[in-house]
Ligand binder design. Structure first.
Ligand code: FES
Ligand code: FES
Length: 157
């Protein structure tokens, strides 16, 4: 096995260091090394969006990112979004719209919605659909999820 390397980054606003092996994913770093299990492992192949986090403010599938590439970056997970006004608004809207069934996709959806609403504060329904098209909900609760994001944006139609 290749030797580990020490990396430094910011996680949910907190300066963080970790010793990581080259093959470790950012998702495994977050869940297994740092113990933040809100970010989910679904497909592990970039297909489902369950592992979505923000890296320097943009959404990323953390299962496809190497932990080593977190060096110097600012990472925000679902745990960190509750302290963010937009993140808290989105979470509240998911609850109010009844957009959570089993909840497995929810952290990734909320992070992706944050990414979308940061770029487009008042998105159309079509922009919302496109914005979350990389996130799969196995409970197929898409209608309520779109409604929740509209609610968070204050963009009721
Ligand atoms: S677990 Fe990363 S995209 Fe599915
Ligand atoms: S709520 Fe169950 S996977 Fe989306």
């Amino acid at each position: 096995m290749s030797p580990k390397r020490e990396i430094a980054f910011t996680l949910n606003g907190v300066p963080t260091r970790a010793s990581v092996s080259p093959e470790l994913s950012a998702l495994a770093l977050i869940r297994e090394v740092l113990g933040l299990t809100g970010t989910k492992l679904g497909c592990g192949e970039g297909e489902c969006g369950a592992c979505t986090i923000l890296v320097d403010g943009r959404s990323v599938n953390s299962c496809l990112m190497f932990a080593l590439d977190c060096e110097g970056r600012s990472l925000v997970t679902i745990e960190g979004l509750a302290a963010d006004p937009l993140g808290a608004r989105i979470e509240q809207a998911f609850v109010e719209a009844g957009a959570v069934q089993c909840g497995f996709c929810t952290p990734g959806m909320v992070v992706q919605a944050h990414n979308l609403l940061t770029a487009h504060p008042h998105p159309t329904r079509e922009q919302i659909r496109r914005g979350i098209e990389g996130n799969l909900c196995r409970c197929t609760g898409y209608f309520k999820i779109v409604e929740a994001i509209e609610r968070a944006a204050g963009a009721q139609e």
